[in-house]
Design a protein around this ligand. Structure first.
Ligand code: ADP
Ligand code: MG
Length: 286
């Protein structure tokens, strides 16, 4: 599967991000359809566009003929956003994430992430780019069962080689500490609970400090306590400057998000945005 081929490179080589947001409870309202593709209007945070999709389509050709999973899709996501992607099963959510991550190729259109033309990179360049720029968290964790927890987290660092060999394990341990699972470092993933495994998967996704964190139904296989804890953690990461795009069915995630993008039949149905700009921390006020 494409996921399995690429998850080991789900990682990151990012940068310091100064924009921090408050964890406010916000009300949501639909953005008029004519504004849906206009980040400058719907994005309350920044005009610094991290992800730009223009006229993106994805068509699968199978036994039943051609099937349009995504059709003429335009979307901008700003740096520092926590964007949710929602919609019914089969509406194209995973397709959208896989295209942004360069796991799948668009049939038409352009995808830029941090100015990198993801749609036109060679396989080799795409793989290197993904390893440094993107971290991915999946519903079923996708940890390598034969590697220890710490080795799983070190794997993207081994691909990316941003850190010297001697720094990789201490860095993995620091990430596991941050995720509250450092005491599991030398166990095999199979010995951990689902909630713990997903925390390890998040640590692995953060291993190379990716500019972009993607998560495809990350709470879908967690109990409600672990799901709430993961959303809380994602909220914290975003407040520290992480850009996060998450496919979810979990309505409570909206309390943490900057925008919700709703898909239907491979098209952008609407964008929900907070009624008020969320608080910007560190913007000069007490
Ligand atoms: P979602 O994540 O919203 O449930 P997906 O993006 O996985 O939806 O799929 C969108 C549509 O594309 C579905 O109808 C699905 O069956 C189809 N699809 C996804 N991947 C493939 C594939 N590799 N080959 C053929 N059809 C696919
Ligand atoms: Mg899906």
């Amino acid at each position: 599967m494409a996921h399995e081929r690429h998850f080991a490179q789900a990682s990151f080589c990012g940068r310091e991000r100064s924009m921090l947001r408050g964890d406010t409870t916000v009300q949501w309202q639909p953005v008029p359809a004519r504004y849906c593709n206009m980040t400058a209007i719907v994005d309350p945070l920044s005009h610094d566009v991290l992800i730009r999709l223009r006229g993106v389509s994805k068509t699968y050709i199978g036994a039943g003929g051609r099937f349009g999973a995504l059709s003429d899709f335009d979307l901008h996501i700003a740096r520092g956003e926590f964007a949710l992607v929602v919609g019914q099963s089969g509406s194209g959510k995973s397709t959208l994430l896989n295209l942004i991550a360069g796991i799948d190729r668009p049939s038409a259109g352009e995808i830029e992430v941090e100015g990198t033309p993801v749609h036109s990179l060679s396989e080799r360049a795409l793989s290197a780019w993904r390893g440094r720029a993107v971290g991915i968290v999946f519903q079923f964790f996708q940890l390598l069962p034969a590697l220890t927890v710490a080795e799983n987290v070190m794997l993207p660092m081994d691909f990316c080689r941003r850190w010297p060999l001697r720094e990789r394990r201490p860095r993995a341990l620091r990430l596991l500490e941050r995720l509250g699972v450092a005491d599991q470092a030398d166990k095999l993933p199979g010995a951990l609970s689902g909630g713990q495994q997903q925390r390890v998967a998040v640590a692995r996704a953060l291993a190379n400090e990716p500019a972009l964190l993607l998560a495809d139904e990350p709470t879908g296989n967690l109990d409600s306590t672990n799901a709430a804890a993961l959303l809380q953690l994602f909220g914290e990461l975003v407040r520290e400057g992480q850009t996060l795009v998450m496919v979810t069915h979990d309505r409570s995630a909206q309390a943490h998000a900057t925008r919700t993008v709703e898909l239907a039949d491979g098209r952008l149905l609407r964008v929900l945005a907070p009624t008020q700009p969320v608080t910007i921390e560190g913007a000069g006020h007490a």
